[in-house]
Design a protein around this ligand. Structure first.
Ligand code: KG4
Ligand code: ZN
Length: 335
């Protein structure tokens, strides 16, 4: 039995990350260089700035990941890299670094879908049991993904407009909070009361799709109307009401889908999985479905990292998937 070590690279948005994963489920090293400070004053991620930071950081981050792992390139079975979706200029830095290393050291290359990575973050804390359902909630995605077996991803519901994280960030911006606003709203929500009546987008009966742009507009309108009438709305109450509206829909649709598809596991994934309100509400709801195991990753595996790309990369490696030197960044890659 030979240990399989995979070096993984993630540069799809604003974190430059590299990690080494052993046998698909053990983190040997996990390095993340965040650019959040550089994007803050612009209120969001600026693609050109992201690319420049990735160029500056990628070599350092890779060296650090290899050094912490105390391995040489000879020990690696493959190099996995996020191929898409994401910002094209940002993805390119990771893809080119991976191709250069794979070529120079004669190591197989594996392209990984960013969302597959978020889902496989869960494999770093537990064994995946199929069929399973994953609720993926991040800055760019809100999806319910059904998995019959390893590597099979069926999107049974997705957002028709804004992603959950995007809605958090936009509402936070309206309340003059710094980017990324999700964690700030989350904190504030726990100090307030959900007294405002904001909409919940259930969509048609039985639909597993989501929509958050109406809710975002309702928040903006509520603030605007109050201002005109000279009324005061406490930011903490607005945050609590907004969060309740988002969380209620996410939890309920996930619960219904888990019930309909009779899954063994429900996995939470993506940056918004760090949300305390969501974690608490999901945990409470799934107590009513004791035969289904709810898996919630630790915070450092929810937001973007390369360890998750290594976990998904390992699964693809075992399935015999190999990338070629013609691999390109694919900002619109399908799961
Ligand atoms: O997965 P991620 O790191 O990057 C993408 O792939 O998009 O997710 C980032 C998103 C941001 O929108 C951020 O505001 C949100 O995750 N987020 C949160 C929390 N922590 C991060 N949203 C709500 N509550 C949180 N505690
Ligand atoms: Zn992500």
């Amino acid at each position: 039995f030979k240990n399989v070590y995979i070096l993984a690279i993630e540069t799809s948005c604003d974190e430059t990350a590299a990690a080494v994963i052993k046998n698909g489920n053990e983190i040997v090293s996990n390095v993340v260089a965040s650019q959040i400070e550089s994007h803050k004053r612009f209120g969001g991620v600026v693609p050109e700035i992201a690319s420049r930071h990735h160029v500056e950081q990628i070599t350092l981050v890779l060296e650090e990941a290899m050094q912490q792992a105390e391995l040489t390139y000879k020990d690696l079975s493959a190099i996995a890299v996020t191929e898409g979706p994401g910002l094209v200029g940002a993805l390119l830095i990771g893809v080119n670094a991976a191709k250069a290393l794979a070529f120079a050291h004669g190591i197989p290359l594996i392209g990984v879908h960013h969302i597959a990575g978020h889902i496989y973050a869960n494999q770093l804390i537990t064994e995946l049991k199929f069929p399973l359902l994953s609720l993926v909630v991040s800055g760019g995605h809100t999806e319910l993904v059904y998995m019959e077996e390893h590597g099979s991803f069926e999107v049974i519901g997705e957002t028709l407009d804004d992603a959950a994280g995007e809605a958090y960030d936009k509402v936070a911006r309206t309340l003059n909070m710094p980017y990324p606003g999700g964690p700030h709203i989350d904190r504030l929500a726990h100090e307030g009361e959900p007294v405002l009546n904001l909409p919940r987008a259930w969509l048609e009966e039985g639909s597993y799709h989501f929509s958050f742009s109406g809710l975002k507009s309702a928040v903006i309108n509520t603030l605007h109307n109050a201002k005109q009438k000279g009324e005061v709305i406490e930011a903490k109450d607005l945050a609590a009401s907004f969060q309740q509206s988002v969380v209620e829909v996410l939890v309920e649709k996930t619960y219904r889908a888990a019930n309909e598809y009779k899954v063994h596991q429900v996995l939470l994934a993506g940056g918004v999985a760090a949300n305390k309100g969501l974690r608490t509400a999901l945990t409470a709801r799934f107590k009513e479905m004791p035969d289904t195991e709810l898996v919630i990753p630790p915070l450092y595996l929810c937001t973007d990292n390369a360890a998750m790309i290594g976990a998904a990369g390992h699964m693809l490696f075992q399935k015999g998937r190999r990338g070629s030197m013609s691999m390109n960044a694919n900002p619109g890659l399908e799961l």
